[in-house]
Design a protein. Structure first.
Length: 150
């Protein structure tokens, strides 16, 4: 059981109640998204984690290790992420990440059932595609509802 779930249950709060309280920090927050955070499938942003700790009456460090939340990956640096297309129409994707993040990465991947780094990356990219599809579909449904009301 995750620490987030443990604290939520101790406070006798539902996932929906927590998701509603986090909407002030993250407008796309929903019960399914919070469920994914609680299960460890999606990591909260630092702002979400702070709001979550406030809602649960604890410290952010009680819920998650900070390394799980903020990886300090430079997002504005031109060289932070590079990709180069090869002849097969595939991309070689390179990202600069802190060394602590990749310490024992191959061992961690094997323990978690991944064959190698590329297979892990492909699974994560496919999961991102699914998440993106769900979010954009929800946005489209929301726009359609607003248009029908107008």
């Amino acid at each position: 059981m995750s620490n987030i779930k443990r604290y939520r249950q101790q406070n006798k709060l539902t996932q929906t109640q927590i998701a509603q309280s986090l909407k002030a920090v993250e407008t796309r927050m929903s019960t399914p998204l919070f469920n994914r955070i609680e299960q460890g499938v999606v990591n909260p942003t630092p702002a979400e984690l702070d709001a979550l700790a406030d809602a649960l009456g604890c410290e952010p460090a009680d819920l998650m290790d900070f390394a799980e939340v903020n990886y300090n990956i430079p997002s504005t640096t031109k060289d932070a992420i590079r990709s180069k297309k090869n002849r097969n129409g595939k991309f070689n994707l390179c990202a600069l990440v802190p060394a602590e993040m990749v310490k024992d990465l191959d061992k961690k991947l094997r323990v978690c059932g991944y064959k190698d780094r590329p297979s892990w990356m492909m699974r994560k990219l496919m999961a991102l595609d699914v998440e993106y599809g769900k979010i954009t579909a929800a946005q489209e449904r929301s726009k359609a509802r607003e248009q029908r009301r107008a």
